[in-house]
Design a binder for this molecule. Structure first.
Ligand code: LMR
Length: 407
């Protein structure tokens, strides 16, 4: 091998902390294997269905789409308008009524999924705030630190949860806000924290937003699970708290989960400026970044979302589908916590306080390996479990497996 070969001085990169486990599950030939690794919704049969509202929208699109022409760099205007209405809808307002502060001071960019939006947000920081560091509360979605480090930015870590992994570590969070330099950025999960399920209350969001604005830190809200916590509007309390400060913020949102459009790769970055001119200027730099990364986004997912949200009947149907997914996830949490206790694993009632798809069971790497090897049950680091992958049939099996590795 020549000295200059790409592979000359390297060993293999590690597997992805989430999709790497999904691959192990895929390669497992045991028919009873259970995948609770990736954050995807599954029904009682273990299927991740296409939502009926999405099916209807796709039928309409098949009949009406006439071209596959490139979109603008910032994406499909219809999708962007729909995504903005969903993010910034006023509490108690009709569809289309958005928070007044968002009317002029928000610019939207259509991205390939929520990951594309987070990547774009971090790229904007590296372009416009050279030298800034980005703070993350650990544990966090492992791709946050991977994205920050891929952008050659230093990731600064603080604790998100208390030592018993059961509640929010507010003092660590406020200490980090006090320690950050003005101009640094901080990634926060808008709702349904991944991997802990531990979210601030709306009152805590108000205080967090105030302190962050006061210190001149740029908040990057990763808002991938809107609708899976308390409701589509309720879950945006974090976003409204940051909007109310009148300071800049970036909001990465995803249609992967609430529209179940995982493989269509559709999401958006909302750029909140201190005023309309600032938002528009930041967006011009974001478009430069987009042009060098994906040029312009894939169209189909965004067209599905704007078709659904643009039709009152389809939108109401979709809201019902989101609320059915949320109810099922919450019911699985309750049944699973009880099943763990019944299986002798101890008291897991803290799981009922958490929001969204995930919680940590607090398992070690050895225990996770035993779960895979002895029970064919696949979870992510620290025992992150995807509650949306459980079913009535799987719950007792997984609970017994967890109890046996904890014994
Ligand atoms: C997850 O956390 O499992 C999902 O957000 C999928 C992903 O991209 O990691």
């Amino acid at each position: 091998m020549s000295e200059g070969a790409l592979s000359a001085r390297i060993s293999d990169a590690p597997g992805d902390p989430i999709f790497g486990i999904v691959e192990l599950h895929r390669a497992d030939a045991r028919p009873h294997k259970i995948n609770l690794a990736a954050g995807v919704y599954m029904d009682e049969q273990g299927v991740t269905p296409i939502l009926p509202s999405v099916r209807t929208a796709e039928e309409r699109l098949l009949a009406s789409t006439t071209s596959k022409l490139y979109m603008p760099i910032s994406g499909d205007p219809a999708y962007l308008a729909a995504a903005k209405s969903l993010l910034f809808r006023t509490v108690g307002g009709a569809w289309g009524e958005i928070e007044p502060a968002a009317t002029d001071c928000v610019q939207m960019i259509h991205t390939p999924g929520g990951t594309g939006a987070v990547r774009l947000a971090v790229d904007v920081v590296s372009r416009l705030r050279p030298g800034a560091e980005i703070w993350v509360g650990e544990p966090t979605w492992p791709n946050h630190t991977q994205i920050i480090e891929s952008s050659r930015i230093t990731a600064r870590r603080h604790d998100w949860i208390t030592d018993d992994a059961r509640s929010l570590n507010t003092s660590a969070l406020f200490d980090a806000i006090a320690a950050a330099k003005g101009g640094d950025a901080m990634i926060l999960h808008g709702a349904c924290h991944n991997p802990t399920g531990i979210d601030p209350t709306p009152e805590q969001w108000g205080e967090i937003a105030k302190q962050i604005a006061h210190r001149g830190i740029l908040p990057i809200l990763d808002f991938a699970y809107q609708g899976f916590g308390d409701g589509l509007i309720e879950d945006a309390a974090s976003l409204r708290a940051f909007l109310a400060t009148g300071s800049e913020a970036l909001v990465a949102s995803s249609s992967s989960k609430n529209f179940a459009l995982y493989n269509e790769r559709v999401g958006s970055l909302a750029i909140i400026g201190a005023d309309a001119a600032a938002a528009s200027s930041i967006a011009s730099h974001a478009r430069m970044a987009v042009r060098t990364m994906w040029s312009n986004p894939p169209a189909h997912g965004g067209a599905i979302v704007s078709t659904i949200l643009g039709d009152a009947t389809l939108r109401a149907q979709w809201e019902g589908e989101v609320s059915a997914m949320r109810t099922r996830i919450t019911e699985s949490r309750t049944t699973f916590a009880a099943a763990l206790t019944a299986a002798g694993a101890g008291d897991f009632s803290y799981l009922l306080d958490h929001h969204g798809m995930f919680s940590l069971l607090g398992l070690t790497d050895d225990q996770l390996k035993r779960l895979r090897d002895e029970h064919a049950v696949y979870l992510v680091a620290r025992g992150r479990i995807n509650m949306a992958g459980l079913s009535a049939a799987k719950i007792p099996i997984v609970a017994k497996a967890v109890a046996s590795v904890l014994a």
